[in-house]
Design a protein around this ligand. Structure first.
Ligand code: NDP
Ligand code: MG
Length: 386
């Protein structure tokens, strides 16, 4: 019998987490669920635990520990609570692959802990690489911890690069849907409200990444993510708008040949690919049909309107703690926008002002990344009252 891969889902109650569980449920002969973690959604964590019977679960919010513990009292599931438990459970021997699906900077510590213990990481949490990509990649190499991207663009590039390890990449082309406001100008964007920004045309995702997609910050974060994952120079990373989200990204090699990975937009595909890697396994996901009327369009991003892409490119070029500062300010700004505290265009304003304010460090230590994150968050928060 083939041994099942033992999976830990950090952020199991989110959009990626729940889709990962759908993939696992479709392949019970290949995968077992060993760890689930939630932050606030105790109800869903309990439901998932009763269905998948993991070895252990973590509820981030300690106030909810008792409720989860009682609900699972008749099972063998071990229940932990609090932020530190995430790191501790990430270090345990009971699993092989971590699906890193916590949103934002909050996912960094547990992912680092898993890497420290030589786990394979199916990485959705792009912020981990944006904040401290140099440290994360160095540690992963040192501990022989493989990082397999889940982000659809990076999964596409990873798939295009399979079998090409000796061949030089000229550049990669990250495709972007353009989000709900493609083609819009600042005079429209200034009045955009949260509910409109949360309506993504092609993907259903968590709130934070949906706003990042609407502002194009998501593509900026993905440029930085790609730099670290594929060891690229900034000038090798191009972004192109492709509103249908059928080509998930492309690689151009030094002979000029290009490879693309295609499919209907469905995150279950890159999640399943990361879990099954290096194999491909059967799926029932809907297939793209070339016989139906199709058009695939490509256009340059409007970086004058969607200035987040320019800010992220600046951070990518500058390196050091600048991407960490960009990310922290963006997290605060997006959170404020989701609470209707600031306008859509204020997000960019806050990020830019924070990048100009916080001291630059060229080669930060992990502690310095944490400090920069904290300083940037504090400063960005002061701008909410502007
Ligand atoms: P969601 O907001 O849907 O889910 C986030 C998950 O993280 C939830 O399980 C949530 O718990 C948990 N969480 C939130 N805050 C904390 C915290 N402070 N500490 C511990 N856990 C926390 O996000 P998504 O699933 O959309 O995204 C997850 C990551 O994957 C992000 O980094 C995103 O950029 C990336 N990604 C997502 C894609 C998508 O299609 N959704 C596509 C590509 C990348 P709870 O709900 O219980 O509070
Ligand atoms: Mg993506």
């Amino acid at each position: 019998m083939i041994q099942k891969k033992r999976i830990a889902i950090f952020g199991s109650t989110g959009s990626i987490g729940t889709q990962a569980l759908e993939v696992i449920a479709a392949h019970p002969d290949k995968f077992s669920v060993e760890v689930l973690t939630a932050h606030t959604n105790d109800e869903l964590l309990i439901k998932q635990s009763l269905q998948f019977n993991p070895n252990m679960v973590v509820i981030g919010d300690e106030k909810k520990y008792q409720k989860v513990k009682e609900a699972l009292a008749k099972t063998d599931v071990k229940v932990f609570a609090g932020e530190d438990s995430l790191e501790e459970v990430a270090a345990m021997d009971c699993y092989d692959i971590m699906i890193a699906a916590i949103v934002g900077f909050a996912g960094l510590k547990s992912t680092l802990s898993a890497i420290e213990n030589g786990k394979t990481i199916a990485l959705a949490n792009k912020e981990t690489l944006v904040v401290a990509g140099d440290i994360v990649m160095r540690k992963a190499a040192e501990k022989n911890a493989q990082i397999i991207p889940v982000d659809s663009e990076h999964s596409a590039i990873f798939q295009c690069l399979t079998g090409e390890s000796r061949n030089k990449i000229e550049k990669i082309i990250l495709t972007a849907s353009g989000g709900p406001f493609l083609g819009k100008k600042p005079n429209f964007l200034v009045n955009v409200k949260r509910d409109h920004a949360l309506q993504h045309p092609n993907w259903t995702m968590g709130a934070k990444i949906t706003i990042d997609s609407a502002t194009l910050m998501n593509k900026g974060l993905e440029m930085i993510e790609a730099k670290w994952l594929f060891n690229l120079r900034p000038d090798q990373i191009q972004v192109i708008i492709h509103s249908q989200s059928i080509i998930h990204s492309m690689v151009q090699f030094e002979d000029g040949s290009m490879k693309a990975q295609m499919g209907l937009p469905d995150m279950k595909l890159p999640i399943q690919y990361a879990l099954a890697y290096p194999q491909r396994i059967q799926s029932k996901f809907p297939r793209y049909d070339f016989k139906k009327p199709n058009t695939l369009n490509f256009e340059e991003p409007d970086v004058k309107t969607f200035r987040n892409l320019t800010l992220a490119t600046d951070a990518l070029n500058k390196g050091g703690n600048m991407p960490c500062i960009l990310n922290a300010a963006n997290e605060i700004a997006v959170f404020a926008f989701l609470r209707n505290r600031i306008g859509f265009l204020d997000i960019t304003e806050m990020v830019e002002r924070t990048m100009n304010k916080i001291s630059f460090i060229a080669s930060p230590t992990l502690e310095e990344y944490f400090e920069s994150d904290g300083e940037a968050r504090n400063f960005a928060a002061t701008l909410i009252q502007m």
